[in-house]
Design a protein around this ligand. Structure first.
Ligand SMILES: C[S@@+](CC[C@H](N)C(=O)[O-])C[C@H]1O[C@@H](n2cnc3c(N)ncnc32)[C@H](O)[C@@H]1O
Length: 187
């Protein structure tokens, strides 16, 4: 497991509906997800964003919610069942050296990496796996929390993203975040 992995109690806080007051999933993600899309939520924790995306992509699409911690995914699926969204979410319990998504190569329309990358030891490998999962023309939103990540560290992550093949598009304004929209070019 990574050195600074988010504890379960913080996972509960991050899943609070009160968070919508400053980070509203529909405002942040509304432009990128729609019915029928196949999306990744990498480091989903208890599903603050996965549950919103499942409500939008269902019934034809799918949210792949990936997390290192099975307990985060168990809570996420409890919440999904209560909202009748469990058939639209596939939980994936990954490891520190693999996101375990080789079977999704080229199939994903949109990937979200929200408040996760600073917990990852090998960012280049992690970003490369997300890049491989995207279809040509697919999009990724990377956002890091300002309190934990400074501009310099964020820029180093952006360099790695470009190194694995991402094209940096623009920096959306997300409260308390350093954020970028990146794409996988069509060839
Ligand atoms: C701070 S939480 C953010 C959760 C969620 N994205 C949100 O914004 O509500 C970070 C999550 O990433 C997970 N995580 C950390 N390192 C990871 C890795 N290498 N692969 C997948 N998940 C990871 C942690 O277990 C934790 O659930």
């Amino acid at each position: 497991m990574a050195e600074h992995v988010c504890p379960i109690w913080v996972g509960h806080l991050l899943a609070s509906p009160l968070r919508k007051l400053f980070q509203n999933p529909s405002k942040i993600l509304g432009a990128y997800v729609s019915r029928g899309k196949h999306v990744l939520d990498v480091g989903s924790a208890m599903g603050f964003f996965s549950l919103y995306m499942a409500s939008v992509v269902s019934p034809d699409g799918k949210v792949y919610s990936i997390d290192l911690q099975q307990e985060m995914l168990d809570k996420l699926m409890e919440k999904a069942k209560a909202k009748n969204l469990d058939s639209s979410i596939e939980p994936i319990n990954c490891s520190t050296n693999s996101l375990c998504i080789e079977d999704l190569e080229g199939k994903i329309d949109f990937a979200l990496i929200f408040a996760v990358l600073h917990e990852v030891t090998d960012q280049e490998r992690f970003l490369g796996e997300v890049f491989n999962a995207l279809r040509p023309g697919g999009t990724c939103l990377l956002s890091e929390p300002k309190g934990h990540v400074n501009q310099k560290a964020f820029e180093l992550s952006l360099e790695l993203a470009e190194k694995v093949g991402f094209k940096l598009e623009h920096c959306p304004s997300i409260p308390r975040g350093l954020s970028v929209i990146m794409s996988k070019k069509r060839y």
